[in-house]
Design a protein around this ligand. Structure first.
Ligand code: ADP
Length: 299
C-alpha cells in the first residue's frame, strides 16, 4: 500500500483576459471547480499510474466541497477511511485566476488542511503499518508533517517528501527522507537564503549531504536532476507542447512512487514519472490532467 498524507483542496479556476487591477471588476470566462491540493493530487496520480492500493490521510470540512472531494478520491479507488470531515470547518480551496498567456495567480485558504494534527497521524498508524511507501508535502501544519515523517521512518517505510510550498526544514527531518522531490526553487529554499536556485546540482548534493538518501530536483521542461544513492544523473523531460503545468510535479511524484511501489529502480521510476507528467502538462487543471498508466508512451 501507498499512504499519502496531505492537503485536499477544491480549485476554483476562473479564466480572465488579464489580471484585474486593485479595485477593478473584470468579466471572466468559464469558471470551473477542479479537485486539487498537492496531497490529493499525488494520491490520485499514484492510483492512476500503478496497481498498488493507495490510501489518503487528510482533512476536509463538512461542506459540499468536502463531499465532492472525498467522492473524487473514492472514484479513483483510493481508501478514504482516514480522510476526516471536520464539523464547522471549511474545506481547503485554491482561488486561481488564469490569464490568456496561461500565467496564473493563486490564493489558497487552507481551511480543514490546517487542522490536520499529529493525533490524526497516530490514528492512521495501522494504515501506515500496511504501507511500503509514505508520501508527504508541506501544505499541512509543519508539526504534523514532522510527526508523520518520524513515524513512517521509524516504521521502516520509504519516505517521500515533496517540500512544497517552499520552506526551510531542519536537517533532522531531511535525514529521515528517502526521496526528497523539490523543484529548483524549493531545493534552494531548503538550504536557506544563501542558496542559488540556478545551482540545482549543488543544492541536490548539499541536501544529500544533510542525510536525504536520494534528491530529485524537478526542472520543468528541462526534466529532473537526480542525486541518487549511487551517483548523480540528469534525466531530460519529454518534448511536448505544454498548455497548463498545474500539478506537473504532483503527477511526476505519483508516477515515481507508483513505479517504486511496483519494484522499479530509481531511474525507471523517474522515467515513468516524467512520461506521466509530460502528458499531464498537455491538459488543463489539477486532477483532470493526471493520466492513467495505459495512456503512457513506451519509454
Ligand atoms: P512543479 O510544478 O512542482 O514546479 P516542475 O515544473 O519542475 O514541477 O515539473 C515536474 C516535472 O513535470 C518535470 O520534471 C518534467 O518531467 C515535467 N514537466 C513540467 N513541465 C514540462 C514541460 N513543459 N514539458 C515536459 N515536461 C514537463
Amino acid at each position: 500500500m501507498i499512504v499519502v498524507i496531505g492537503s485536499i483542496n477544491m480549485d476554483l479556476v476562473l479564466r480572465v483576459p488579464r489580471m484585474p487591477l486593485r479595485g477593478e471588476t473584470l468579466t471572466g470566462g468559464a469558471f470551473r471547480t477542479i479537485p486539487g491540493g498537492k496531497g490529493a493530487n499525488q494520491a490520485v496520480a499514484c492510483a492512476r499510474l500503478g496497481h498498488t492500493p493507495v490510501a489518503m490521510v487528510g482533512c476536509v470540512g463538512d461542506d459540499a466541497f468536502g463531499t465532492t472531494l472525498r467522492a473524487a478520491l473514492v472514484a479513483d479507488g483510493i481508501d478514504v477511511s482516514h480522510v476526516t470531515a471536520l464539523p464547522g470547518v471549511a474545506t481547503g480551496i485554491a482561488s486561481i485566476l488564469v490569464d490568456e498567456d496561461g500565467q496564473n495567480s493563486i490564493v489558497i485558504a487552507g481551511g480543514a488542511n490546517d487542522e490536520l494534527t499529529p493525533a490524526h497521524i497516530d490514528a492512521a498508524l495501522p494504515l501506515m503499518a500496511r504501507a511500503t511507501i509514505v508520501v508527504v508535502q508541506l501544505e499541512t501544519p509543519p508539526d504534523t508533517v514532522r510527526h508523520a515523517i518520524a513515524m513512517a521512518h521509524g516504521m521502516g517505510k520509504t519516505v517521500v517528501l515533496n517540500p512544497a510550498p517552499a520552506a526551510a526544514l531542519p536537517a533532522s527531518v531531511l535525514a529521515q527522507v528517502d526521496y526528497l522531490v523539490p523543484n529548483e526553487i524549493e531545493a534552494a529554499m531548503l538550504l536557506g537564503a544563501h542558496a542559488d536556485a540556478d545551482d540545482y546540482a549543488g543544492s541536490a548534493a548539499a541536501l544529500q549531504a544533510k542525510g536525504c538518501r536520494n534528491v530529485l530536483v524537478t526542472l520543468g521542461a528541462k526534466g529532473v536532476h537526480a542525486a541518487l544513492a549511487d551517483g548523480s544523473r540528469d534525466f531530460p523531460a519529454r518534448a511536448v507542447k505544454a498548455v497548463d503545468t498545474t500539478a506537473a510535479g504532483d503527477t511526476f511524484i505519483g508516477g515515481l512512487v507508483a513505479a517504486l511501489a511496483a519494484g522499479a529502480d530509481p531511474a525507471g521510476a523517474i522515467d515513468l514519472g516524467q512520461r506521466a507528467a509530460a502528458i499531464g502538462v498537455t491538459r488543463h487543471g489539477a486532477q483532470t490532467s493526471i493520466p492513467y498508466l495505459n495512456e503512457l508512451e513506451p519509454s
